[in-house]
Design a binder for this molecule. Structure first.
Ligand code: 13P
Ligand code: 13P
Ligand code: MG
Ligand code: MG
Length: 370
């Protein structure tokens, strides 16, 4: 059977109000645009979703990853939505469309991209994770736990097909280079890198001697675009997305969701400049309100059927995650009480891309040697 490609491409093209959510009209414009592409046969299926102020295009097709037609469709769709955002004077209309003209691929132009191509299995569960108010490294902890931590994923111990572990492709987003590492053999070295989540970011995960999934197939893909590097200044956080496949030789659905029962700390939140808890929420609660947050994640669950996206199921719309949300609320209180102090505010090195340098510049003449 021909391979299927799933592309999740997202952008903030205007917030409603402020940076809190996506206006329903933007979702309608995006829906019209992708509906046409489906009629024309470019797409097999699609879903329009929203996480905080980020508009999400989830598409299935047979064109492979980094396909010019698919990327152009996404770019044009964001342009149309931007036009509507301007009409409604939504906040930061066109915020993530950082380049004027499309040049073959949306990577490096502002939108975030997670894509994977694979042969559909007998049953093919797929989870699309979408985060707002944080950076790509926010996926390091949950992706590590899903594919490498036996205290999270029981299957690593008791399912023979997962027992050989996984390979992780890790990007150094500062030096623009990458390294492929194997777990469990290199787990400690890997953690040395990915614990530094603002620099080393897991880009994709591959199986290892897995009887059910071929070695070259991606089983998890994460968007790693860093907006400040494209724009040269702070224009909003990257607000990453990820695609994760589950079951039949891969972690079970519940093992994929389990890491989010812990509201771990990520950077982002207000003005992209604060550490705060990652809160798993239902689609309807994916609105960033308190101090423009706290950072949120939604999970949309699908079964793929000949490319059709059967779903979504709103996976965090479950009382089993209430405890994580409550804890995130407590952590939000605790962190907020630090006000402008680190480690609530990000360290100097990471504030370099905000307006802080210009504040310090104004004080430059008044400094005397000690
Ligand atoms: P079922 O028996 O409901 O298919 O579940 C199997 C499983 O492995 C759950 O993690
Ligand atoms: P976004 O990156 O979601 O647009 O948020 C920007 C911001 O500064 C929130 O305070
Ligand atoms: Mg915004
Ligand atoms: Mg956003």
């Amino acid at each position: 059977m021909e391979k299927i490609t799933i592309s999740l491409i997202k952008a903030d093209v205007g917030g409603y109000p402020g940076h809190s959510s996506v206006h329903p009209r933007l979702m309608e414009v995006a829906d019209d645009s992708l509906q046409k592409a489906k009629k024309d046969g470019l797409l097999i299926d699609f879903k329009i979703l929203a996480a905080g102020d980020d508009l999400q295009l989830l598409m299935s097709h047979r064109k492979g990853t980094d396909n010019e037609k698919i990327h152009k469709l996404a770019w044009k769709t964001f342009e149309k939505a931007t036009k509507m955002a301007k009409e409604l004077k939504l906040y930061g209309a066109g915020q993530d469309l950082l380049k004027d003209a499309f040049s073959g691929n949306v990577r490096g132009m502002g939108p975030g991209v997670a894509e994977m191509e694979f042969k559909e299995r007998e049953g093919e569960p797929l989870i699309a994770f979408m985060m707002d108010k944080t950076e790509p490294g926010a996926f390091n902890l949950p992706i590590f736990r899903i594919f490498a931590d036996p205290f999270n994923t029981a299957g690593l111990i008791i399912d023979p097909s997962l027992h050989n572990g996984f390979k992780f492709e890790i990007f150094d987003v500062i030096k623009h280079r990458k390294v492929l590492m194997e777990s469990p053999e290199e787990m400690y070295d890997m953690l040395a890198l990915i614990g530094a989540k603002s620099r080393y970011v897991i880009k994709s995960v591959y199986p290892k001697k897995n009887p059910k999934v071929p070695e070259e197939e991606t089983v998890a893909a994460i968007s790693t675009e860093k907006l400040y590097q494209i724009a040269g200044k702070y224009v909003g956080k990257d607000d990453p997305v990820a695609l994760v496949r589950a079951q039949s030789g891969l972690p079970a659905l519940g093992e994929v969701l389990e890491p989010f029962s812990f509201p771990y700390l990520v950077s982002g939140w207000m003005r992209g400049s604060h550490n705060g808890p990652m809160m798993p929420v239902s689609f309807k609660d994916a609105r960033c309100t308190r101090f423009d947050g706290p950072p949120r994640v939604i999970a949309a669950g699908f079964q793929i059927a000949e490319g059709r996206l059967v779903g979504p199921v709103d996976l965090f719309d479950d009382p089993a995650f209430d405890q994580a949300r409550e804890k995130a609320g407590e952590i939000a209180d605790y962190m907020r009480r630090h006000g402008p102090f680190e480690p609530h505010r990000l360290p100097m090195q990471e504030m370099e891309y905000t307006t802080l340098p210009s504040i310090l510049e104004n004080l430059e003449d008044r400094f005397a040697d000690v």
